[in-house]
Design a binder for this molecule. Structure first.
Ligand SMILES: *Cc1c(COP(=O)(O)O)cnc(C)c1O
Length: 414
């Protein structure tokens, strides 16, 4: 099972016109073949559209209010006290590594040694890139749940790997993983499964049974698992279970976390990896040459954030659950079919009840039609036709903004 290039990726930038004479050899494209299919990320395009049209931006997933004041103050204090203003240690500052290890132990009973089994990265994005660059050989297959977060495809491509999508399918108002399809996707060339739960963009939270089946498959076929758990604290129905906690998984799992979504500081780019010493060392081999280190003072602040009282995490989740319900109700009233997300701060909708079928065209027109920006889920698919009628809205925005967006969307119902 091998992925094919989707036909309608945005085109790479054209090479500059050659100033040379007619008999000069044609210039080769500037952008290398590994990245050529990716073009500009849809988030940049849609956020620019939001700015240009003054529309409410429910496209890109960033909160419109900052995280806790005491965490912001902790960053200011670190800056003033001269902590982290120079290169922090390669694996991350010890305070943060200890806080991450304590977090994994307290929440999930997963014990990691802060000195050898924790690595701080420039957001989850670098953790994903470094993991794939370090673990994947050219020609290796990487299984990813489709629709997938857009950096996965680019990172797999940079590593020279081949992505093998396993498609989550909508059924009974939510998206589900087909375990037989996953099993069939494994070949002798499969290197790893790239997991994401809670899942962006569908809001799916993999269940204990599904994770147990993925774990059993990984053990049986001796696969590594890289798991993106940046939405671990944003689960509204059910619970988040790290796959590293399943039998036989701790030694084969790279778990990725991030402060961005949990503490509403997406600009700080503090992420992390927890894994065995061998896996952490391997990921660090790539990470050290990507950024080496980053976010010095913010690392101290995130160490404090991870120790916030339980009420912080409960309030964050409860607030977002209310916002999920508010936006979902608005979308349903506007005529969309809504797939209720169990986690994350995104809701996926089907636009076919509105008489539409092309999510790209729909999202490009939506700011003019009603002053709202959303993202077409097709960009998260290799098989774009499968994602064509689906559109994603973010609800990590102030209540009045969501209410305004819902009122604007209502005009679509006519
Ligand atoms: C936002 C997001 C990331 C990126 O996290 P950063 O810490 O900002 O790099 C990674 N994975 C998923 C699924 C995301 O939604």
């Amino acid at each position: 099972m091998t992925a094919t290039n989707p036909p309608d990726r945005p085109s790479p930038p054209a090479p500059p016109a050659s100033a040379a004479s007619d008999n000069a050899a044609p210039r080769r494209p500037l952008l290398n073949r590994r990245l050529a299919e990716f073009g500009t990320t849809i988030f940049a395009e849609m956020s620019a559209l939001a700015v240009r049209t003054g529309a409410i931006n429910l496209g890109q997933g960033f909160p419109d209010t900052d995280g806790p004041e005491e965490v912001r103050e902790a960053a200011v204090r670190a800056l003033r006290d001269g902590r982290g203003n120079q290169y922090p240690p390669g694996p991350g500052v010890p305070e943060l590594r200890t806080a991450i290890a304590d977090h994994q132990l307290k929440r999930y009973g997963l014990a990691y040694d802060p000195d050898t089994e924790v690595l701080v990265t420039a957001g989850a994005t670098e953790a994903i890139a470094a993991s794939l660059l370090a673990l994947v050989e050219p020609g290796d297959e990487v299984i990813a749940l489709e629709p997938y977060y857009d950096s996965y495809a680019a990172s797999i491509a940079l590593a020279g790997g081949t992505r093998v999508p396993v498609t989550l399918r909508p059924r009974d108002g939510a998206y589900h993983l087909d375990l037989d399809e996953l099993r069939d996707a494994v070949t002798p060339r499969t290197r790893l499964i790239l997991l994401n739960t809670p899942h962006n963009p569908t809001g799916t939270v993999l269940t204990r049974e599904e994770l147990a089946a993925v774990a059993a498959l990984a053990v049986e076929r001796d696969l590594l698992v890289v798991t993106d758990e940046v939405y671990e604290h944003l689960v509204f129905d059910g619970e988040h279970l790290p796959i590293a906690s399943f039998p036989g998984m701790r030694e084969r799992t790279v778990t990725i976390g991030s402060a961005g979504k949990t503490f509403s500081f997406t600009g700080w780019k503090v992420g992390w990896v927890t894994a065995t010493p061998e896996l952490v060392t391997t990921v660090k081999s790539a990470k050290q040459f990507l950024t080496y280190v980053s976010a010095g003072p913010f690392q101290y602040a995130v160490a404090e954030a991870l120790r916030l009282p339980e009420s912080y995490f409960d309030d964050l989740r409860d607030d977002l659950r209310t916002k999920r319900d508010l936006l979902s109700a608005g979308l349903a009233a506007a005529g969309f079919e809504v797939y209720r997300p169990a986690g994350t701060y995104f809701v996926t909708t089907d636009i076919r009840p509105l008489g539409e079928s092309d999510g790209f065209a729909f999202c490009r027109a939506l700011p003019e039609r009603c002053g709202v920006v959303a993202v077409p889920n097709a960009v998260f698919y290799d098989h774009r036709e499968q994602g064509a009628p689906f559109v994603r809205f973010a609800f990590c925005k102030r209540t009045e903004v969501l209410a305004d967006a819902a009122a604007r969307l209502k005009t679509l119902a006519g």
